[in-house]
Design a protein around this ligand. Structure first.
Ligand code: AIR
Length: 434
């Protein structure tokens, strides 16, 4: 496979601290801008100045009530906005913080459609939701952010990768397969060669649905369905940029963060803000993230994950159209958290300041290997004794190996001190079961 180091379409920008306003000049971007104008007209229909979200009858619906929903709900409670949450688990973490909770299958058309009929605006905290129901709700006039058409492009990793290629957004090369047997045949016929990254086209998250393939043996246990094979890129670092964009098109980026991964679980262990990279690379990463957000015509938060290659190229890995693990540090370390900015963006309110107040590091607390069952968090008191350390416990009753059960934020003026404390936190807390 060859890498496509696609050139970015021509654009110009001007930058005022964290706020990078983007003026697209390519033909494609003009098309996007026309769509934005339509969005604006739509926005003015549903989101007029008389709309009062605060302490009113307005109802915000959220599909998913996991940890991301729970953290979003802290913001809606701050603003006293009424919330309705749908989640498959009766014990969803977000249940305690919403006004109305419903248990139901997010992939079921009728369940999602009927839930959507109860609210004034609908958003998501997980991508795996029934898109036909969202489309019908949007067609019937319900504002849905991110829009079903944006979600459709992102939900299927094959479509997402094709989109980058069509938009000339730099990304690792890939091939799509309707079935895993077709991928095996491509390797046997020497159309593709190891090593490769296998990604399930749908339903992967939190390290699930991704595997490095180095030999035919690595196919053991992989699901049969639609997938992509990606070129394995040698990279220095994995970076992420969260973009917030409101209905009117106001757009801001958070600082570039660096993600350190667990070698086996393919999961982020530490998120470091700001990334320890030169300013010109950080600037380039933010520009590419803006380009991606504009291209998707996205409303809400878009987390853009990237590789910084050995020769300082930036390639898009994938995006998530919602609050993201790489932005959890923002609750303590930023002027405005990613969750507050998601709410501001989808309600078409002015976006908050995305700058950091201090360096921030997030440590993921995942279930320890070898333990499944009712969760016990060991040694939390010990880490609470350290300055600048805040644990977030998600409230999932059951732990499983590598399940995201919480995170800890470390805030410090000095990033290298924060990184040392993060290591201490990681080595102190244990997420286990009896
Ligand atoms: N989530 C959604 N996409 C990626 C992640 N991590 C969050 C959402 C979702 C929860 O993970 O908050 O509701 C599901 O976690 P679990 O452990 O029950 O699978």
């Amino acid at each position: 496979m060859t890498t496509r180091y696609n050139k970015l379409s021509a654009f110009s920008y001007y930058r005022k601290k964290s706020e990078i306003k983007f003026a697209a000049t390519s033909r494609k971007s003009k098309i996007v801008n026309r769509k934005s104008t339509l969005l604006l007209i739509f926005a003015s229909q549903h989101n007029n100045t008389n709309m009062n979200y605060f302490s009113s009858d307005f109802k915000l619906g959220i599909l998913g009530g996991g940890q991301l929903g729970k953290m979003l709900l802290s913001e809606t409670r701050k603003f006293d906005i009424q919330t309705y949450v749908l989640d498959p688990s009766a014990e969803a973490p977000g249940r305690i913080a919403c006004n109305y909770f419903e248990q139901g299958d997010l992939m079921d058309f009728e369940t999602v459609y009927r839930f959507g009929k109860k609210v004034n605006l609908l958003t998501i905290e997980i991508e795996n939701v029934n898109l036909d129901a969202l489309q019908k709700l949007e067609d019937e006039g319900l504002p849905v952010y991110p829009s079903p058409s944006t979600l459709k492009m992102i939900q299927n990793k094959g479509e997402q990768k094709d989109f980058y290629v069509h938009q000339s957004i730099p990304t690792a090369s890939h091939e799509r397969f309707t079935h895993i047997e077709a991928l095996k045949t491509a390797i046997k016929n020497e159309v593709l060669e190891f090593p490769l990254i296998w990604k399930s086209a749908r339903f992967g998250y939190d390290g699930k649905g991704v595997k490095v393939l180095r030999s035919m043996d690595d196919f053991t246990g992989l699901p049969q369905g639609e997938c992509i094979a990606e070129e394995m890129i040698p990279f220095k670092m994995e970076l992420a940029v969260i973009v917030a964009r409101n209905v009117s098109g106001e757009i801001k980026t958070y600082p570039v963060v660096e993600m350190e991964f667990h070698p086996e679980a393919n999961q982020v262990e530490y998120v470091i803000c700001p990334a320890r990279i030169p300013e010109n690379i950080a600037q380039k990463a933010r520009e590419i993230a803006l380009q991606v957000s504009q291209a998707f015509n996205h409303v809400g938060l878009l987390a853009v994950e990237m590789f910084l290659t050995n020769d300082d190229e930036i390639l898009i890995n994938e995006v998530a159209p919602r609050p993201h693990n790489s932005g959890h540090y923002s609750i303590e370390a930023s002027y405005t958290s990613q969750f507050e900015n998601h709410i501001r963006a989808i309600l078409n309110l002015p976006l908050g300041n995305t700058d950091s107040k201090a360096a921030g590091i997030m440590v993921n607390l995942v279930g320890e290997e070898g333990f499944s069952g009712p969760v016990i968090y060991q040694n939390i008191e010990n880490i609470l004794a350290i300055n600048g350390v805040t644990p977030h416990i998600y409230g999932k009753k059951e732990t499983r190996p590598f399940r995201k059960m919480g995170h800890v934020t470390i805030v410090n003026e000095d990033l290298s001190k924060a990184r040392k404390i993060a290591e201490e936190v990681k080595n102190t807390i244990r997420v286990i079961s009896n």
